[in-house]
Design a protein around this ligand. Sequence first.
Ligand SMILES: NC(=O)c1ccc[n+]([C@@H]2O[C@H](COP(=O)([O-])OP(=O)(O)OC[C@H]3O[C@@H](n4cnc5c(N)ncnc54)[C@H](O)[C@@H]3O)[C@@H](O)[C@H]2O)c1
Length: 664
Amino acid sequence: MTDREKIESLRAEIARHDELYYRNSDQEISDQEYDKLKRELVHLEEANPDLALAPENTPTARVGDDRVEGFAKYKHLQGMLSLDNTYSDDELRDFDTRLKKIFPDELSLPYLVEPKIDGVAVSLTYENGRFVRAVTRGNGTEGDEITNNLRGLPDIPEKLAGSKHPKLIEIRGEIYMTDEEFARINQEREDQGLELFKNPRNLTSGTVKQLGGISGRNLHIVLYGIGHCEPLTFKTQSDIHQAIHDWGLRTQEKIWRVEGIEAAWSAIEELDQLRHSFDYATDGAVVKLDNLEWQKEAGFTSKAPRWAIAYKFAAEQAETILKAISVQIGRTGAVTPVAELEPVELAGTTVSRATLHNEDEISRKDIRPGDTVVVQKAGEIIPQVLRSIPDKRPADSQPFDFAAFLQEQGIEAERVEGQAAWRITSKDNPVQMRRRITHFSSKACMDIENLGEAVVDQLVSRELIKDQADLYQLSFEDVLPLEKFADKSARNLIDALERSKQQPLWRLIHGLGITHVGAQASKDIAGHYGSLEKLASVSVEELTAIDGIGGIMAESINAWFADETNRTLVQRLTDYGLNVAEEITQTKDGPLQGKTVVLTGTLPSLSRGEATAMIEAAGGRASSSVSKKTDYVLAGESAGSKLEKAQKLGITVLSEEAFRELVE
Ligand SMILES: NC(=O)c1ccc[n+]([C@@H]2O[C@H](COP(=O)([O-])OP(=O)(O)OC[C@H]3O[C@@H](n4cnc5c(N)ncnc54)[C@H](O)[C@@H]3O)[C@@H](O)[C@H]2O)c1
């Protein structure tokens, strides 16, 4: 390949990853791999100045663009740039050497070392201390206005604390999500049979870009700098941190004001020890010239300041043997390849499985069973296989053929058109059967005691059951021979199945495993229609008229009931005597009849479950997000953004006491 061809191919590849990362909130490769591609392109461009392009035409000279349709555009008063980055301490010293050429009289330069937050960049504008606007970085010059999505977050006060506020100021920071919140949302997704999000950063970026609001997801913001400021009274970056902090905004919990690059390096090492205790992910340190006058003198390139550099921490990696490739099949039939590894210590945990993402990733990286592979845990919660080491490969190794592997395993699947994903074609696939039945029996659905994954596995592999209805034709004699079963446990299981027939309708609907339909939606539709028969015959339009049921969910319900196999399943569950029809709760008399109540914060004496049960018993509906359709917000201590939103929308806020009076 000629240099020209290499440059063109790298530019196209980087542009594709940029599009995925900034606009689609997704990524195919790790940040480190991405940075490597970019570095390769920089070197080639430097070696071939005749192939140079205008900054807007090469990814090495422009800021990645996050703008999407549907948001109003806003021009930053001062550009929001990227940062030059390095993974090497030598290059960090080169940065200092370059700056010393600009300030030759200085023996050592004053730096501020800050944690580099791995979130989504945002600019908040405050006018005379009042919050007016939140904007994404966009292309650095112009971003998307996401004010409505962020207003009301606990980290964004409407009014700054203190008195001396600039007339106009752009405050810069990063939006992020905690690992706990990420896990909570993914659990909900799993519950609804939806694909899981890869890492908190991607999810944060997708969340702030939702057109219909951020759907009750908890986001946080840390602020670390400023853009345009009128009047500008600050002399140093340290002063800016102090002011932002004094205004009641969140800043990083620790920054280091140091003299000279060696002291900066020590601060970076200290940060590396500390950073895992922060509740946001950090991917490095940012070293900035502290003096603002000097920053001005050093200036900017087309994409980054010359007075700052990001030193990035290498993601933690380990080498191990890939024992085998297996697949995981989601409840909705998505087939994901998984690496079964020789257990290895990585970032403080033992890792024995890692994701291989999809077929294309396996062939692109040429990963084969028996290979020695490098596993990495970066921002992701799930470790990934980064690459294999061909030199350590067994002599008889063959490239891995995913399609042939699926066939060998008897998994009937096909590749989804235009995607790298595979999906199961046959509903009789044992793995998917197990997932569907385990979901049905789980605590969140029919709550059938003694019917966990291990028991379902045995029942499926002995061909005793194929779907949820088959459970109800099991006899004591069928169950007794199962592993670890004796007279008593076999009897208990049969009794538990019998009892489950009386579970409320919403649990049965949730247990059907309709894509997108979680527990709350099941309660909503059960309360509204009161029977599976009625639900099977309603149109998408009727469904969307119910509070809490959106278009995608309605389509999914409609499609599920249109399927002949599913209709037969419902008929059989009915024949076995399950609770397929019950009183319509929404027309049930009660002080909250037809009312929607949102719970937020900690109540003095009621738990969440108790309060929800009381709302439902009073004929109301408990919802998780505040909207115009909300009638009451029941707020306790540390109520946060939902309470603020309710106040803004003029919704009645109830204390526990007032709530008790209303329902009792
Ligand atoms: N994996 C992929 O496919 C892929 C694709 C595109 C970009 N990326 C990642 O994004 C990076 C490029 O993105 P970028 O241009 O946003 O650069 P960057 O994230 O490396 O650095 C610039 C950004 O850092 C943020 N930041 C966090 N803490 C800061 C602090 N204390 N001071 C100043 N800024 C701070 C700011 O938002 C700033 O815009 C790449 O290096 C890579 O890590 C990955």
